[in-house]
Design a protein around this ligand. Structure first.
Ligand code: PAF
Length: 287
């Protein structure tokens, strides 16, 4: 496994593999890797000849009062995880390699990014779309792997790839969960054992919501959301819901009544547990 820090070096490596008809699978990350990332890497390993992982805590996707400074970082640990998962190249750029002085360009996916996460984290998805666009121009992958855990990020990146005719396929991989069913996230390192167990109520509530729709055939999205909200309130003293939405999985538009709807449904939420902000979702086909 090689660590690459310079853009032109990785671009030359990518050109070589593309010229020799090898496929490149790419997993962009902000490091502090967990089993969710490992699952993305293993999927990439299965599909591609060459696997590239990037590790870069991207400042432009954090708001001014968010946790950029305190975001967990441990490169040595990440290095071992990448090596033992079969990664070929780790891209580990410095901040000024990615954003040199006078960097002026942004990639903005409109409309989808005004809702849900975007509403509470203005500018977040522009930061994500810009960095991922840059990274795919550097890594030149055939496949880009992202997790379903960040449902809206996956939708935004898929739309960006579609709209900008990126020469790659976005592959969205299943959310990995801890034993308690809490969705794996680097930010779970902010939680105590007790908090982790309390946070698992979120997925329990989402699962109950899905049951209401699929098993009990409730089509009124507001009724389902009210139920989920009450479920969380009943089961947890400390979880504070920030948003809850039932949407499609293409533009993340809210579905009011599922009666005439057909396709993938995503129930997404964000909640605070103390100072830690958690997101989770459940996705399923309807009808
Ligand atoms: O999901 C993440 O870790 C980040 O948003 C990503 C895709 C690596 C971009 O910085």
């Amino acid at each position: 496994m090689k660590i690459i820090k310079e853009i032109d070096a990785l671009q030359s490596i990518a050109d070589y593999y593309r010229a020799t008809f090898k496929t490149i699978g790419f997993v962009p990350t902000m490091g502090f890797l967990h089993d969710g990332h490992v699952s993305l890497i293993l999927n990439a390993r299965k599909d591609s000849d060459i696997v590239v992982v990037s590790i870069f805590v991207n400042p432009t996707q954090f708001g001014p009062n968010e946790d950029f400074e305190k975001y967990p970082r441990d490169f040595l640990r990440d290095f071992h995880i990448c090596k033992s998962s079969g990664v070929d190249y780790v891209f580990l750029p410095e901040r000024n390699t990615v954003y040199p002085e006078n960097f002026l360009t942004e990639v903005k996916v409109k409309s989808i990014t005004d809702r849900l996460e975007g509403k509470f984290r203005p500018g977040h998805f522009t930061g994500v779309a810009t960095i991922v666009n840059k990274l795919v121009n550097i890594v030149k992958p055939h496949y880009l792997y992202v997790g379903q855990k960040d449902a809206q990020q996956a939708v935004v990146l898929r739309k960006m790839a579609e709209d900008l005719n990126l020469d790659l396929k976005v592959k969205v991989c299943e959310t990995m969960r801890e034993e308690t069913k809490l969705a794996m996230s680097s930010r779970n390192s902010y939680l105590t054992k007790e908090e982790k167990s309390e946070a698992s109520v979120l997925y329990e509530a989402l699962t109950e919501g899905k049951k209401m729709i699929n098993d009990y055939k409730v089509t009124d999205a507001n009724a389902v959301m009210k139920f989920i909200e009450n479920f969380i309130k009943r089961k947890s003293k400390n979880l504070i819901l920030q948003y809850l939405a039932i949407t499609d999985n293409y533009l993340m538009q809210e579905i009011e009544d599922l009666k005439n709807y057909e396709g993938e449904v995503v129930i997404s939420l964000a909640a605070y547990l103390g100072k830690t902000r958690l997101i989770d979702n459940i996705i399923f086909s309807y009808k």
